[in-house]
Design a protein around this ligand. Structure first.
Ligand code: NAD
Length: 379
């Protein structure tokens, strides 16, 4: 089994699909591993560390990918990478499939076997492969660190001989994996933290982290979670009531971090321009949903916008801002998934195509788009 780890070509990508730690394990599985020169540089992993772990360094994309049976990546392969891969190669990456049907078709046309890690079912067996969780956790942490850096005031209450500095008020919108880590991080920094979510189950989790839960808790709210544990799209009436409550709350906050996502749909708009303007100048918003259209009106992808003296942070690829940590966890997620496809006796690739982890994530095979959610859309 030949495994390739190419350099990511997206300008904002710092992460990499394998680390020296996971490469040692891949070699132990019987694989030969080729890493493209400089692939780890955004995660502070020098080529020499990959070599020490047992990988060979390839000078360019063609040399890295040409022979590979398996390609471990962070993002969907670009056109040059697709061209360089052999037909039938397994590519494991985050594929960002929703709304990118043409790109999925291109992978089918290239004859690769593409797996979208973000479609991994959230079942106990697959927890170790859950890239959404491993990356959202770090993104939630980093959002608070970025907010603190932009804030320009101390976060904890400080009582000193020269006077008292009040604790910052931090409001987290969306208490999933990223939001819960943001709550924990802001609490560690000494802030007074509140949080909201449309899922009733989030209330207890928020409170267990020492934050106060803010939500309109009516009948619709009590029914708002899907069987998969994700948020549902809420009614217009609920959205209005919640927006009124949130509007008065936001006006009193120093920092707001938004993390609200609905799988396969644009991010819900939660913070209007008027809400932004109601905050004190010098306050900070961080929009973690900016890549999905944003939760905050006025958020700009890849930029820090200033509206009425309030900063709106719209960094892309938040987990990638701590690339070394993000890669360490992401690479382990990929390794765990690939491990399920390797026959431990023969050390050969032998995927069980009926395994639910595979049927849930497999996008393309044998020149076709095979995933039920995308097959029709691409014809
Ligand atoms: P996500 O990234 O899809 O969304 C982030 C949060 O935003 C969610 O909590 C969601 O409810 C919330 N949200 C959506 N619309 C909102 C709105 N209008 N206002 C406020 N909040 C809104 O979520 P996630 O972090 O991937 O977590 C989704 C669920 O999956 C959670 O219940 C989480 O505990 C669960 N989970 C389970 C596993 C597992 O069992 N293996 C692993 C990770 C997460």
């Amino acid at each position: 089994m030949k495994i390739a780890v190419p350099r990511e070509t997206d300008a904002v990508e710092t992460r990499v699909g394998a680390t020296p730690d996971t490469i040692k394990k891949l070699v132990g599985l019987g694989a030969t591993v080729t890493v493209e020169k400089g692939a780890g540089s955004g995660s502070r992993i020098p080529d020499t560390d990959y070599e020490a772990a047992g990988a060979t360094i390839a000078d360019d994309t063609g040399a890295a990918l040409g022979e590979a049976d398996v390609v471990l990546k962070v993002r969907r392969p670009d056109a040059d990478q697709l061209k360089a891969m052999k037909k039938g190669a397994l590519v494991i990456a985050t594929m960002d499939p929703f709304g990118n049907e043409a790109e999925i078709q291109a992978m089918a046309d290239a004859g690769i076997v593409a797996f979208a890690m973000e479609l991994m079912p959230r079942i106990t067996r697959a927890q170790v492969m859950d890239v959404l969780s491993s990356q959202a956790n770090l993104a939630g942490y980093q959002a608070v660190i970025d907010a603190a850096a932009e804030y320009g005031k101390a976060m904890p209450m400080m009582m000193t001989a020269a006077g008292t500095i009040p604790a910052a008020r931090v409001f987290i919108m969306g208490a999933g994996v990223a939001g819960l880590q943001a709550i924990a991080t802001a609490r560690r920094l000494g802030a007074i933290v509140t949080a909201t979510d449309v899922r009733p189950a989030a209330k207890e989790q928020v409170e267990s982290l020492g934050a106060k839960f803010i939500a309109v808790e009516d009948e619709e709210f009590k029914q708002a979670e899907t069987s998969g544990g994700y948020a549902k799209e809420m009614s217009d009436e609920y959205k209005k009531k919640q927006a009124d409550l949130i509007a008065s709350h936001i006006a009193k906050q120093d920092i707001v971090i938004t993390t609200a996502l609905i799988p396969g749909r644009p991010a819900p708009k939660l913070v209007s321009k008027d809400m932004v303007s109601s905050m004190k100048p010098g306050s900070v918003l961080v929009d973690l949903a900016v890549e999905r259209g944003g939760n905050v009106e006025g958020a700009k992808l890849g930029k820090i916008a200033t509206v009425s003296g309030v900063k709106i942070v719209g960094h892309a690829n938040m987990a990638g801002r701590i690339g070394a940590s993000a890669s360490a966890l992401y690479a382990k997620n990929l390794l765990a998934f690939l491990d399920t496809m390797v026959d431990k006796e023969t050390k050969a690739l032998n995927p069980n195509w009926d395994d639910e982890l595979i049927t849930a994530t497999l996008l393309t095979r044998d020149g076709k788009v095979v995933h039920s959610a995308f097959a029709k859309a691409t014809g």
